[in-house]
Design a protein around this ligand. Structure first.
Ligand code: FAD
Length: 479
């Protein structure tokens, strides 16, 4: 029935990265005639794939997308390395773990290339899906469902028409560029003043992990930080984040080593002195951008998904996860509106935009949490308190990180619930504070010899409960 409706319709997906390839599979599964166009050659044939981050943190939202097309086990069970929490590295070299979750839930470190290759191989299984590598999108008319590509090998130009063109061509999307002149299309992009550089901790001489493997390691240093995620070959991808001028300041091997000795002394033997110098000066610091735009669609013929719609800074480990969840959300709406693009696309923009913008904001916030707040006692106390409340009332109280990473709670609701929780905590603290003052007054007024007598103590609960009523009469409304 479904296929009868979709088999004569064509979908053109631009970009065979993590999101585009997954989206092409989703559409092929629904029965559409799908053409997937990619600028690069087939990465499965390349020895080295140039580009960003070697490994990524995969969590529930991304897994849901993979599961829908039957490759979750291949990526997670056969390949993913579980990370159960953050391992904090102090400047004196000592470490302390902070679990992500009181229930032992974890995220997985997966190889970007591996996941992309699994998706491409899956895509090839659909007879109604064609992949065109080495085709670079040059122009497109989303209102007409038309896209023009240049074959980067032959130089030939091809123009294709489809019922729907989906732009999954990443943060610097060409498809998005074509929407700029579209009336009511709003767009902002921002670079943060910090950059990142990837380094590497090699396996031990015995071929094992040089640090406890099942953690995301963090060296939080206030204004900057370093993190490390485990790789399948027992090496670690280390990412150094700091302001660009700080990168520029490390202009000689001596300055670099002195900086590492001060801030990351335990990392020097792990990376290796010579390797640190060689890799640092062979690499360059890369910029980080975030993008917000709306709407994501043009009529019933054009759509943006993944980084093309909502590139974000990498600090929540949600860019790919959010992009993969985009595919799930679109699929749900196609079910709901029976594949009627004219209804589905505006509904997609309306539903997805508040969530995508929320996670773009949360990703910015998480940089501060990772590089700074994890060192603060108040932050750690609040985490314990959140864990306690989520044990007592799991339906009503989930820590922000848990909501974002281990549930599919819409991202904008994660923020509004966190704000509600913050208000409740503030009220509880003010009640505790007032109760403390009340208890102090009560004790001060009492004859010390009688304070411990039952009759006096019996008044204390009443006093505390009056204080509680007074404090909570300030309305707490849950959004
Ligand atoms: P991309 O992966 O950028 O793919 C776009 C594709 O389009 C590419 O294959 C490109 O070649 C192709 N393309 C581009 N232009 C054209 C054109 N003109 N014609 C044809 N094809 C074109 N996310 C997480 O969830 N977890 C993490 O731990 C995480 N860590 C990260 C660490 C770093 C340092 C960075 C930078 C990002 C990280 N992310 C992470 C984010 C994640 O990498 C992105 O969100 C994800 O790659 C987006 O996928 P995409 O398919 O939308 O875009």
């Amino acid at each position: 029935m479904l296929r009868e409706k979709t088999k004569n319709k064509s979908v053109l997906v631009v970009g065979a990265g993590l999101v585009g390839t997954l989206e092409a599979c989703f559409m092929a599964k629904r029965g559409y005639q799908v053409h997937l166009y990619e600028y690069r050659p087939d990465i499965r044939t390349l020895e080295h794939v140039p580009g960003r981050s070697i490994n990524l943190a995969m969590s529930l939202r991304g897994r849901t997308g993979l599961k829908a097309i039957g490759v979750e086990d291949k990526v997670i069970r056969d390949h993913g390395i579980p990370m159960y929490g953050r391992m904090i590295h102090n400047t004196d070299g000592s470490t302390r773990p902070i679990p992500y979750n009181k229930d032992g839930k974890c995220i997985y470190s997966v190889g970007r290339r591996f996941v992309n290759e699994v998706l491409l191989t899956k895509a090839e299984e659909y007879p109604n899906l064609n992949i065109h590598f080495t085709h670079k999108l040059t122009t497109c008319r989303l209102d007409k469902g038309e896209a023009t590509f240049v074959n980067t090998v032959s130089g030939e130009q091809v123009t294709r028409r489809a019922d729907l063109v989906i732009g999954c061509d990443g943060a610097y999307s060409n498809v998005r560029k074509s929407m700029m002149r579209q009336p009511f299309f709003n767009y902002t992009q921002n670079y943060i003043p910090h950059g990142y550089m990837e380094l590497c901790i090699p396996p031990t001489p015995e071929g094992g992990f040089a640090m406890p493997a099942n953690y995301l390691h963090i060296w939080p240093r206030g204004q900057f930080m370093m993190i490390a995620l485990p790789n399948q070959d027992c090496s670690w991808t280390v990412t150094l984040f700091m302001p660009f001028p700080a990168f520029e300041g490390l202009s000689t091997p001596e300055l670099l080593l002195s900086y590492f000795k001060t801030h990351y002394p335990d990392a020097i033997p792990l990376i290796g002195r010579e390797k640190l110098i060689k890799d640092f000066f062979a690499n360059e610091a890369l910029p980080m951008i975030y993008v917000k735009c709306s709407p994501y669609h043009v009529g019933s013929t054009g759509l943006l998904m993944g980084d093309a719609a909502h590139a974000m800074v990498p600090f929540y480990g949600q860019g790919m996860n959010c992009g993969m969840e985009d595919c799930v959300v679109l699929d749900e709406l196609l079910d709901q509106y029976k594949d009627d693009f004219a209804t589905v696309l505006p509904a997609y923009s309306a539903k997805r935009n508040p969530d995508a913008e929320a996670i773009v904001d949360l990703a910015l916030y998480n940089y501060i949490e990772m590089r700074d707040l994890v060192n603060s006692r108040a932050f750690l106390l609040r985490r314990k308190f959140d864990d306690l409340l989520s044990t007592i009332m799991p339906k009503y109280w989930l820590p922000l990180y848990t909501m974002v990473t281990f549930t599919r709670t819409p991202y904008h609701k994660c923020i509004s619930r966190k704000k509600w929780q913050d208000r409740v905590v503030k009220h509880i603290l003010s009640v505790v504070g007032m109760a403390g003052v009340a208890a102090g007054v009560f004790l001060a007024k009492s004859d010390p010899l009688h304070v411990l007598s039952c009759s006096h103590l019996s008044q204390l609960p009443a006093l505390l409960s009056r204080t509680w009523v007074a404090a909570t009469s300030l309305s707490i409304t849950r959004k």
